[in-house]
Write a protein that binds this ligand. Structure first.
Ligand SMILES: *[C@@H]1O[C@H](CO)[C@@H](O)[C@H](O)[C@H]1NC(C)=O
Length: 243
């Protein structure tokens, strides 16, 4: 069951006319111009579940833009599960940036290149969150699994309900090649499209339509090299092709 955006969001969008809901509530677009970005927030909060969203990212020169789609609770010790899409110059690859915050602490980034051009069509990006693990999926293929590591002392988000957030914003101080490539405002407004927003609340197994794969998607670990978190770009293609 796919929810019309109105039902999910009420009128909880920001950025004035830059956030638009159309096609009877089935489609939503966010834009960014030099003055402001835009975004939306879900009406309800969720504790565990599966969230699916189809996105068509900013096409052409999207350098400096970040389209984010994440779950977050509130307050200084908040938990957060992030999907962020870092734009690039025309023809250069987007980076899919993932992160998990527990009790206000993140630094668990993992980044991926996709095996398709995410600006041509809608693709489904999902978060499956249970008390045991968090799975990040692209078109039903797991790209990252963050396991509950409480038994080895790694906190896991499992007590604070989260809302669903999305936004399109200017992050040209870091997003593209580490901030080297800035947004080209002559190409603004930048626009991303959303549809197929689906939330399933489930505490046990939310994984029915996850594609089976040989072995497990990489397990997440906190990789730190001399206090610096090393963010490794993982070519998801190689993995996806092994299915
Ligand atoms: C943009 O393209 C460059 C060159 O291919 C690449 O190094 C970089 O990882 C790409 N993505 C981002 C978001 O910078």
């Amino acid at each position: 069951m796919v929810f019309p955006f109105k039902l999910l969001l009420g009128s909880l969008t920001w950025g004035d006319q830059r956030a638009k809901i159309f096609s009877g509530g089935q489609l939503l677009s966010l834009s960014l111009d030099k003055t402001s970005g835009s975004g939306f927030i879900s009406k309800k909060e969720y504790l565990f579940g599966r969230i699916d969203m189809q996105l068509k990212l900013v096409a052409g020169n999207s350098a400096g833009t970040v389209t984010s789609y994440y779950l977050s609770s509130q307050g200084p010790t908040h938990d957060e599960i992030d999907f962020e899409f870092l734009g690039n110059l025309s023809g250069d690859p987007y980076i899919v940036h993932t992160n998990v915050f527990t009790q206000g602490k993140g630094n668990r980034e993992q980044q991926f290149y996709l095996w398709f051009d995410p600006t041509r069509n809608c693709h489904t990006y999902s978060i499956v969150w249970t008390s045991q693990q968090i799975i990040f999926l692209v078109d039903n293929t797991p790209i990252r699994v963050f396991k509950n590591g409480e038994s080895i002392g790694v906190p896991f988000p499992k007590n604070q309900p989260m809302k669903i957030y999305s936004s399109l914003w200017n992050a040209d101080d870091w997003a593209t090649r580490g901030g080297l490539v800035k947004a080209d405002w002559t190409k603004a407004p930048f626009t991303a499209y959303y549809r197929g927003f689906n939330v399933q609340t489930c505490t046990g197994s939310c994984t029915s339509s996850v594609r089976r794969r040989r072995g497990e998607a990489r397990e997440s670990t906190e990789r730190r090299v001399g206090g610096v978190v090393s963010v490794n770009i993982i070519h998801a293609e190689a993995e996806a092709n092994q299915d």
